[in-house]
Design a protein around this ligand. Sequence first.
Ligand code: SAM
Length: 501
Amino acid sequence: MSALRQRAAQVARQARTARPSGVQNTRSYASSHGHHEAPHTVEESLGAGFYITVGTVAASVLVYKVSRPGENGEDSSVHKWVRKVSDFSTEWETKNHLMTAALEQAAHDRHLLYGVERSKNFELTYPEVFTHGSPHNVPAGHYANLDKVIAHYKQQHHNEEARKATKLAAAAAAAAQHAPPKFLANPPLDLPAVRMGLVTPRVGYGLFAARDLAAGEFVLHEAPLMTALFNETFSADASLTQGQVAACRAALLLATDAGAGADAGAVTVTAVAFPAIAARFGVGPVLFDDEFESESGGARGVMGKMGMNLVAGQGRFAGSTVTRDEYEAYTARLDVSAASGGLSETEAREACREFFRHYAFQVLPRGSGSGGGGCGCDSGGGRRSTLLATAAAATREACVYLLGSLVNHCCTPPTPFLGSASFSTGSSNTPAGPNCSWRIGPSGLAQFIKPRHICVQARRAIREGEQLTWDYGKRDKGFACECDTCRNGLMGGLGSLCGVL
Ligand SMILES: C[S@@+](CC[C@H](N)C(=O)[O-])C[C@H]1O[C@@H](n2cnc3c(N)ncnc32)[C@H](O)[C@@H]1O
């Protein structure tokens, strides 16, 4: 019992000395082993359990607070947050879908418009822009006085008419000097009074008058054997010249199935007209038969075929002066490269170039002269140099003629010698210079001539047997000139120009 009392007293003492609150309890221990020293105090922590308990309570309160709906039944904070996060992902999903759809649409549209040709028109902001400032754009109730405008244009028109009239009068006065006796409205009934003949082995063939021709007389007109685009610049372009090579070859090989029918003489004709070039294209030598020498020719003969190319139809020439021996002597001089293993493409191009350089007549662009054709006549040096300058600058149509290509060149002497009896050529006492001029198209001589036809006119009286010549009008002739003018020394100081260029 007394033990119990002692124990209670001790607990009561402890309770008195214990701190009312604090983080540490102080405990006193009895001195050990009978020493009477005061017991020392020991610091003791509150323990993890305490903290866990307090933390759990606080967390529970917090969770309760955030998960509790609002006073008016609004969503709890947690709910709101979860919804916000889930809305965010849905929004991005929607955006991504929109983006993908837009990209797909753009790709589709691009393919849709890829092959569409671009508009060549400029979109005007508003089409009425054209009518701004227009004298016709007068609002109702207003009247624009156009008297000054009318007077201005009337004056301009009169000036232009006066200028044209002066020019025409000057041209008429110039033309009157070499005017043909009559302007031909219909083709003449007689076929060309020309024949083909060998001039010299160097000059080759030429055309000769088969009867006397009067000054200004219409000699012949002829449709082109072939038409092509050509000039020096053009010939430098390999791809463009390919077509010309083919056209040239086709012209030279006209009717290669020769041997029967009306075309039998075609190869012969082209080879005669262009012997050197034809040989380089592997055409030739010329088939020589009796018909070639015959006076009348015929549908199957050379002359007949030549006549086919003339507008009037069947050809009838006064005859050829060429003999077989003369012809063979001439062709023997030609370099037949076909015999030395065929023609390379470069050689063919070069041959084609040569073909045009020597045989083609350039046609002025449509509308540049009366009747739409060009005039290559040799009547004026100024005109000729303009023509040449233009020819060098532009690519134009070039025509090759069969009979036209057989006419040789003769230099026009300087004005003091031209047509003067005292400077006549040799024993025949004929005036110096070419005896013919040529034009392409209907201008000035005969209205029935078609645009690309070549038309030949006598510049002066020509005797039967006289060679027909004209001035090529080219500075770069590509041959040493053997014409009468040069032979008689009538070119004076200019002689060095002729034949060298
Ligand atoms: C249009 S063709 C005339 C026909 C040519 N004589 C023939 O037999 O094929 C032009 C060529 O004839 C020659 N030729 C023309 N006139 C000449 C002249 N006055 N002097 C020397 N050769 C000329 C040149 O070889 C020239 O390239």
